[in-house]
Design a protein around this ligand. Structure first.
Ligand SMILES: Cc1cc2nc3c(=O)[nH]c(=O)nc-3n(C[C@H](O)[C@H](O)[C@H](O)COP(=O)(O)OP(=O)(O)OC[C@H]3O[C@@H](n4cnc5c(N)ncnc54)[C@H](O)[C@@H]3O)c2cc1C
Length: 399
């Protein structure tokens, strides 16, 4: 009998596990992960950016947890000697039309309590000499890290605190009763006082297995990347972001210096017809049927028809991808880019066709379900861990 069972060995599950064991020393806790290793999905396929929190609606979880998470992630890396670099980033307006939107972001930086600097064209070029930009914003607190390295350190701390991490444990049934939760995996059954669902791309299914009819569907958005050839790395000093399309919930294709020295451009945002749709042809009937039979899918399609078609054409045609990127970095040519592994975002979609913007955490009787933790959840992971630990403490206290 466990005190806590967690589903999902990505950065969110690991942070929750680590924080629970800090708050409840000696508790019996296990993390069940379906893969043979940890951090194999979103946590292992992202841009590796420690976000500052500029984009998010003031007061939202995302805004608060990204800002606090930026600080806690930096301290975690410092304490545990995890390579990271607080290199700062620029957001660039490439034409006059984007300047009002850039100005709104600058305003938002202050609403969210961030340090930000407005850059003239000359100041922008001092930071990023190869960028095409009229104006920019500089965010000094943004950085880079390898979130798989962070996750492995979290796993080590969990084991040191007596927690268990069970890999190859695909959770396939959950029975939540008044006094106990029982969980079946492909090989074994477990029981616990409390369950935390951090299953990323499968978090809605796990919530439903536990009997919660959360009215959202995880919609997989593949994000494709290209790596910039070594001899062109000088074109990108640090992190270069476009002004995001205010009608589209993603940040836009950006250029990122990674902590391993590579430079990547991406990710775009293309619908996947399989939850773990890492390739363009990935397809799964069950996932596909689930998506198309959800009314929100068709409404989403109508809302983002133009954006969706543009993204898909840039996914199919490298030439179109590069033409788009050249608005930001005109010196990059098609032959400078090599395909790199994609990531898949777990984005919760509602019945009315809207994408849930904020983190979405559902309280059950003996469970908590993290049903929307897309970017910046890696940055915010330590804060999400604290929030869930706090919610559990409140629930146990009122039991
Ligand atoms: C392309 C891309 C770029 C991004 N860039 C950034 C960035 O620069 N900065 C940032 O802060 N965030 C970024 N993010 C977001 C960030 O990566 C995620 O928000 C974060 O990793 C979510 O962590 P997680 O633990 O919730 O999910 P995951 O890492 O996906 O982990 C969920 C785990 O649950 C397991 N699981 C699922 N079902 C079951 C089951 N039935 N039984 C057992 N285990 C199960 C999975 O195998 C997986 O290991 C990006 C994401 C993507 C996709």
């Amino acid at each position: 009998m466990y005190d806590f069972l967690l589903v999902g060995g990505g950065i969110v599950g690991l942070s929750v596990g680590m924080t629970l064991l800090e708050k409840h020393p000696g508790a019996k806790l296990a993390i069940l992960e379906k893969e043979a290793g940890l951090a194999q999905h979103q946590t292992g396929h992202n841009s590796g950016v420690i976000h500052s929190g500029i984009y998010y609606k003031p007061g939202s979880y995302k805004a608060r947890f990204a800002k606090a998470g930026n600080g806690s992630m930096r301290s975690f890396c410092e304490i545990h000697n995890i390579p990271h670099d607080i290199c700062g980033k620029v957001i660039v307006a490439t034409n006059e039309k984007e300047i009002p939107e850039l100005a709104k972001l600058y305003e938002r930086a202050f609403q969210n309590g961030l340090d930000a600097k407005w850059l003239s064209r000359e100041e922008l070029l001092e930071k990023e000499p190869y960028v095409n930009g009229l104006k920019g914003i500089y965010l000094p607190s943004t950085g880079i890290v390898d979130y798989q390295a962070v996750s492995h350190k979290m796993a080590e701390i969990i084991r040191d605190r007596g927690g268990e991490i069970v890999t190859n444990a695909d959770v396939c049934a959950i029975d939540e009763r008044t006094e106990i939760v029982t969980i079946e995996t492909s090989t074994k059954s477990y029981s616990a006082n409390f369950l935390v669902n951090c299953a990323g791309l499968y978090s809605d299914r796990i919530a439903r297995l536990a009997g919660y009819h959360v009215d959202v569907k995880i919609f997989p958005f593949r994000g494709e990347y290209y790596a910039l050839k070594q001899e062109k790395h000088h074109l990108v000093q640090n992190l270069i972001y476009p002004v995001p399309n205010p009608n589209f919930p993603f940040l836009g294709v950006h250029a990122t210096r990674m902590i391993n020295g590579e430079v990547e451009v991406g990710p775009n945002a293309v619908p996947g017809f399989k939850r773990e749709a890492y390739s363009k042809t990935a397809f799964d009937w069950k996932d596909f049927y689930e998506i198309i039979s959800f009314p929100g899918f068709w409404k989403l399609g109508l809302t983002y028809t133009k954006e969706g078609m543009d993204e898909m054409s840039r996914s199919i045609s490298k030439k179109r991808f590069v033409e788009n990127l050249q608005q930001l970095l005109p010196s990059i040519e098609e032959e400078d880019l090599i395909s790199a592994p994609a990531g898949v975002r777990a984005q919760a979609l509602q019945r009315d066709g809207s994408l849930i913007d904020d983190f979405f955490i559902v309280n059950g009787r003996r469970s908590i379900h993290v049903c929307n933790a897309p970017s910046p959840a890696a940055t915010a992971s330590l804060e999400i861990g604290k929030e869930i630990t706090r919610r559990i403490a409140t629930r146990v206290a009122t039991d």
